[in-house]
Design a protein around this ligand. Structure first.
Ligand code: NAG
Ligand code: NAG
Ligand code: NAG
Ligand code: NAG
Length: 405
């Protein structure tokens, strides 16, 4: 009886309400608001490539997803439509669930925040960040070029680079050697856009690389030559050399100079040691160092005396003396460590040397009696010749044989 009463007229209104509530509830659960499934992942793209941002949604039903550029408040896309006039923008989706914003040939100006929006009321949105990275590049006009400095001066090498993130600058010697720092310590590399050397010295001479890197390949580098000028200096190990007559002896000087020096030997009265089978000057040079040697074969009485090695460049000249004295010998020739190897060693010179040798040979017999004026002429010619040879052999680190008069 009670059941019947539920469906009686007086309860009718309640039942309708109940049904309405049920129906409403059902409808409500069918059209649940769409929402985002996960946050937008930040994206990092190298300049020039394509950047893709993705926005995952659920229960989209009839709603639409739009992409916007936050800082410019620009609508880029709505659903499958590209709205912006920017030809580099595109939009794709998977099953209306994941919406991709494509930015082709990405530029640094594209860096920033992007918004994915659903047109619910009120609308729902979330944002993601696009970072655009740029490999380093060296700014030539803000970077030092090759430098020529005097020894003892202060030098600053500069290197400027663009790139995103901001590149680090590292300095290295191209030859891989260590860099002598102001505090006397040595390092393989120096960090920072300014490379300062206080009181530069000859050991700093060389090619340096300024390397810019920011983790985005490729790194770039620029080569900067540092040339240190200084007047010649001479070192002599043995300033007193004794020899017996008939012996062969080699005198030795070490010279340092840059620009490279002209080097020659003189004897008494500053006469330049003649080139002949008897005297053989030789140079071994590397960078700014020169080892000067003078070999005297089969020493005779007139060979004893003071020899000078002379080194001269545009900044000055210097010389060093070696005294060759006689060791009396009863046994005569072939004593000591040095052995006599024969009068004329075959010269493996090139054409210039051959020619110069001929020219100088002609003068040989008169050497001892040369008058002052012809001697002067000889010297001038010799210096000219030396300059030619120095220029000629500038880049030959191997043994160089000079043939002064
Ligand atoms: C995205 O990048 C922005 C800007 O660099 C940063 O503030 C944010 O924390 C990043 N979000 C995520 C999820 O990495
Ligand atoms: C080089 O730098 C040092 C230290 O900064 C300074 O004492 C010196 O005067 C500078 N020399 C020259 C020639 O500028
Ligand atoms: C730049 O140098 C700093 C400090 O040496 C270092 O922490 C950073 O990782 C470097 N950055 C790059 C991109 O190499
Ligand atoms: C002889 O010469 C050799 C090599 O040139 C050297 O090692 C040696 O010490 C010399 N001996 C003497 C007695 O000078």
């Amino acid at each position: 009886m009670n059941v019947i009463r539920v469906f009686s007229g007086e309860n009718h209104g309640f039942v309708v309400l109940l049904l309405a509530a049920l129906i409403f509830g059902t409808v409500k659960s069918d059209i649940i608001d769409p929402d985002f499934k996960e946050p937008i992942s930040n994206v990092t793209a190298p300049v020039g490539r394509e950047a893709i941002l993705s926005c995952a949604v659920q229960d989209l039903a009839g709603y639409k997803v739009a992409w916007l550029r936050v800082d410019t408040q620009t609508i880029l896309t709505i659903a499958k439509q590209v709205i912006t006039k920017n030809y580099r923008i595109g939009v794709t989706h998977i099953d209306h669930r994941i919406w991709f914003l494509h930015i082709r040939e990405v530029r640094e100006s594209d860096r920033g925040w992007y918004m994915c929006q659903i047109n619910t009321d009120p609308m729902k949105s979330q944002v993601g960040y696009l970072d655009v990275v740029v490999p380093p590049d060296i700014i030539d006009y803000q970077t030092s070029t090759d430098m020529v400095v005097r020894e003892g001066s202060n030098v600053t090498l500069r290197c400027a680079a663009t790139g995103s993130p901001t590149p680090n600058i590292t300095w290295r010697r191209e030859d891989g050697q260590t860099i002598v720092l102001g505090n006397g310590r040595e390092a393989l590399s120096v960090e920072g856009p300014l490379f300062e050397i206080t009181k530069v010295n000859r050991m700093h001479m060389g090619s340096y690389l300024c390397i810019a890197s920011n983790g985005i390949p490729p790194s770039v580098s620029k080569r900067i030559m540092l040339i240190v000028h200084f007047p010649p200096m001479i070192w002599i190990q043995n300033q007193l050399v004794g020899a017996r007559e008939g012996q062969q002896i080699t005198l030795e000087c070490h010279s340092e100079a840059y620009p490279k020096s002209i080097n020659y030997w003189t004897m008494e009265k500053d006469e330049i040691v003649p080139q002949s089978g008897k005297y053989e000057p030789a140079l071994v040079d590397s960078a700014y160092k020169v080892q000067m040697k003078l070999t005297i074969r089969s020493i005779t009485a007139s060979d004893y005396g003071t020899y000078k090695c002379v080194s001269r460049n545009s900044l000055g000249d210097t010389d060093g003396s070696i005294k060759l004295y006689r060791i009396p010998s009863s046994s005569g020739y072939h004593t000591g460590n040095d052995t006599y190897k024969g009068k004329l060693r075959k010269n493996a010179g090139n054409e210039i040397l051959e020619g110069s040798q001929d020219m100088l040979k002609e003068r040989d017999p008169d050497y001892d009696d040369v008058s002052d004026s012809s001697n002067m002429k000889c010297c001038i010619e010799l210096i000219t010749l030396s300059i030619m040879l120095v220029i000629c052999f500038h880049h030959h680190p191997q043994l160089q044989v000079l043939h002064p008069a």
